[in-house]
Ligand binder design. Structure first.
Ligand SMILES: [Zn+2]
Ligand SMILES: [Zn+2]
Length: 281
């Protein structure tokens, strides 16, 4: 069977379609082929020439040479960007508040025989007597207990929750809590012996300052419990929020906080006999 190809399209030229940046021109050049004798429409293969322009939403915008213009969308924050930043900041603030709740509870309630928290209560009472020892603890020694708790708390959240904003919030909060004991140790350091970046962060209020935390170790021993940034201390102390909580606990449960009693030996700092007196300011 002889088949004579006839090009219905007069040439192989393509009609040029100017492409906009968001369009991906797809030019389809097809030609028809027919036999010399007309056949029934069933046997006839006709391929009509077509020129199609398809929108391809996946095709990225090809940037032009040079820096983006001031109003370029790529320079603007999206709500997703804002949510990431806000969740991280909220995690940082919450970590400071949680460090206060924990420290306040440990300082005021229970004793060494209290289940779960007994050793920590004893440890914090020891810290009030010999606060300088925290500066001599090595990094891992100071952080391992909190790191272990954080691991077992954060891991299930990360597995169960796949929202990156929530994960960012949890990670920031948990990270600050985990490092809070190091921030606490730095707040007991002397300015001349601390790394300059730590002093800068303390002076900027990003980390709990030496001045603010030293007030916790002075009478009446009932404030400045935060040990992350200390940003919550002023508001909560001024408004006596935790003193109100102590009243509620006393009237509901009949338990008095230690801070209501005259400072005993568990609160008062002893002199470091092995080293020259370190003044925290
Ligand atoms: Zn304390
Ligand atoms: Zn301290």
């Amino acid at each position: 069977m002889s088949i004579l190809h006839q090009h219905r399209c007069p040439s192989r030229s393509l009609t040029h379609v100017p492409a906009s940046p968001r369009q991906s021109p797809v030019a389809l050049l097809t030609c028809s082929a027919t036999t010399t004798k007309p056949r029934s429409s069933r046997d006839q293969l006709v391929i009509e020439p077509r020129l199609e322009t398809k929108l391809d939403p996946i095709t990225p915008v090809i940037p032009t040479a040079g820096p983006p213009l001031p109003n370029d969308p790529s320079l603007q924050s999206t709500w997703s960007h804002r949510a990431w930043v806000a969740s991280g900041y909220a995690g940082y603030i919450l970590a400071d508040l949680l460090s206060r709740v924990y420290h306040w509870g440990i300082d005021n309630y229970g004793d060494s025989s209290t289940p779960v928290f007994g050793s920590q209560i004893e440890g914090f009472q020891g810290h009030h007597k010999w606060p300088w020892t925290i500066t001599r603890r090595q990094f891992a020694n100071n952080l391992h207990a909190l790191a272990r708790s954080i691991t077992f708390t954060v891991l299930p959240i990360d597995i169960l929750c796949n929202d990156p904003v929530i994960q960012g919030f949890v990670t920031m909060c948990a990270g600050c809590i985990m490092f809070s004991q190091q921030f606490h140790a730095w707040s007991h350091g002397t300015k001349s012996k601390l790394p300059p970046f730590v002093v800068a962060l303390q002076d900027a209020g990003v980390l709990v300052s030496r001045t603010q935390h030293s007030a916790h170790h002075r009478p009446p021993y009932n404030g400045n419990y935060c040990i992350v940034s200390g940003v919550c201390n002023e508001f909560l102390d001024k408004n006596k929020v935790f003193e109100a909580l102590e009243m509620i606990i006393f009237f509901k449960l009949g338990v008095r906080p230690r801070s209501w009693s005259e400072p005993g030996t568990e609160w008062i700092e002893e002199t470091d006999e092995t080293q020259p007196q370190v003044t925290v300011y």
